[in-house]
Design a protein around this ligand. Structure first.
Ligand SMILES: [Fe+2]
Length: 206
């Protein structure tokens, strides 16, 4: 993951636990005295950047919720299809966690288009759209899925570190839960590939 946080620091006297969002320097957000409206999206502080990245990630998850059912449908291996469907449910929960974080900051869950996720999905769809044998398509689905998971792990690792830095420990806990889920999905896909699917793809069209 991109950034890590020494979470044990939070209980030390030098790092008192803060449960309220830090409003200082968040020009443009509700609660910022005299600030412009919420949609101005100013990036003049770490909190502004945190909110921007939250909205980007919110959009990434929304894109994934649209893409995952198609991926499950295309999977020939039933265990792979199940893993993708289960991750779809997980992703809906991850979106709800982001909703809770926006609510704790008194912000609407407005999303900003995540070009990174759009690119990863587009590349995956292009490959999967070719006329591939089922076993090779399954291997390609895993390759695309793992690109997605690593991209999300980078995003959530950074978001968690920002939340800790800002004293938003409840948000950091929620982001950490999602980060763990993304990591577990990545491991699950690796196991499927290495245990069976890559070997099947080696045979191609038998
Ligand atoms: Fe996710």
């Amino acid at each position: 993951m991109a950034q890590t946080t020494k979470r044990e620091k939070r209980a030390s006297p030098a790092n008192p636990r803060v449960t309220q969002p830090v409003k200082r320097g968040v020009a443009g957000e509700p609660g910022a005295a005299g600030g412009p409206p919420e949609d101005s999206g100013r990036l003049d502080s770490l909190l502004g950047l945190f909110v921007h990245e939250l909205r980007d990630t919110y959009n990434a998850e929304q894109q994934l919720i649209t893409a995952l059912p198609k991926m499950a449908e295309l999977a020939e291996d039933q265990e792979l299809a199940t893993a993708v469907r289960e991750h779809l449910e997980q992703t809906r929960g991850q979106l709800r966690r982001l909703d809770r974080i926006f609510a704790s900051l008194n912000l609407s869950p407005k999303s900003i288009k995540c070009a990174g996720m759009a690119g990863i999905l587009e590349e995956g769809e292009e490959l999967i759209g070719k006329d591939l044998p089922g076993s090779v398509r399954d291997a390609a689905l895993i390759a695309g899925g793992q690109r997605v998971e690593h991209y999300e792990m980078a995003a959530y690792g950074t978001l968690r570190a920002y939340a800790e830095q800002l004293g938003l420990h409840d948000a950091a806990d929620l982001l950490d839960e999602t980060l763990q889920e993304e990591g577990a999905t990545d491991v699950r896909l690796s196991r499927l590939a290495e245990r069976r699917i890559n070997a099947g793809a080696m045979q191609g069209v038998a």
